[in-house]
Design a protein around this ligand. Structure first.
Ligand SMILES: Nc1ncnc2c1ncn2[C@@H]1O[C@H](COP(=O)(O)OP(=O)(O)OP(=O)(O)O)[C@@H](O)[C@H]1O
Length: 243
């Protein structure tokens, strides 16, 4: 694993009570890089991303961020270091407006002094959100809510965004919009670690991919060496999917 990785996860273990879910997962993300986790449902991608970001307990292994051991640190402290987790599904404030949600995310002490400037960047990235700035988040479409979630992530001024299923439940056209925006986010220097069920989306967005099966990485490649359609099908419906 590279010495100067922004994120270096080694032999991570995590689970629920006595149920082991993540079983020796290692992954790294270099500065400016985007890395994908793919594979069948229920094999530990969400659990791994949460443990890396300090949202779930780790049962072994190490997580290093920007050269420092952050294993076991709380999510709040990890966000201040520059790693922000954008969860699967809704974790927004539905009764607040788009603008209020964004401003709330930008209130963290390290982000607050730059809040106006960061908001301007987020507005540029998501012109649609600017049009809907005064709309209650609870009344937005699924794609718009996902944009707010990513926008809120960016308001914390991350160096690494950890995205869990950003295209979940979205129509193909909206997935394309999310893809275009995340590519734009990459040009600002933000690194990505992203899990998603849409492999084409992942291959179009990231530099490297890893397949997670039974809580560990079973195959890896770069964006220019994608698995074939048959190999992808095999990953999702093949033997390991039975657990
Ligand atoms: N809070 C929980 N308590 C107990 N078991 C859980 C909990 N959350 C997840 N699990 C179990 O852990 C396993 C891995 O789930 P996880 O969500 O990490 O997988 P995943 O690869 O991200 O799948 P998906 O793509 O469907 O989100 C599953 O068997 C799931 O039922």
């Amino acid at each position: 694993m590279s010495e100067d990785a922004l994120l270096a996860v080694t032999d991570l273990h995590a689970g629920y009570g006595r149920l082991p879910v993540v079983r020796g997962l290692s992954v790294s993300v270099a500065p400016g890089e985007a890395v994908a986790l793919l594979g069948p449902n229920g094999h530990g991608k969400t659990t791994a991303l949460r443990a890396i970001a300090g949202l779930g307990r780790t049962g072994g292994g190490t997580v290093r961020f920007d050269g420092e051991d952050i294993t076991g640190e709380k999510a709040y402290d990890i966000v201040r270091r520059g790693m922000m987790h954008v969860p699967q599904g809704d974790a927004l404030f539905p009764r607040l407006t788009v603008r209020e949600n964004l401003m709330l995310a930008g209130r963290l002490p390290h982000a607050k002094p730059h809040r106006a400037k960061t908001l301007a960047t987020v507005q540029e990235l998501f012109p649609k959100l600017e049009q809907r700035r005064d709309q209650l988040v609870g009344t937005l479409s699924g794609g718009e809510r996902q944009m707010v979630a990513i926008g809120m992530g960016l308001m914390t001024r991350p160096r690494l965004l950890v995205l869990d299923e950003p295209t979940l439940g979205l129509a193909p056209k909206v997935r394309h919009e999310i893809l275009a925006t995340l590519r734009e986010v990459r040009t600002t220097g933000v690194s990505l670690l992203v899990a998603d069920g849409d492999v084409e989306f992942l291959f179009a967005l990231t530099d490297r991919w890893h397949v997670v099966e039974l809580g560990r990485i079973t195959s890896s490649g770069t964006a220019d060496v994608k698995p074939s359609h048959e190999e992808v099908m095999d990953m999702y419906v093949g033997g390991a999917a039975d657990g």
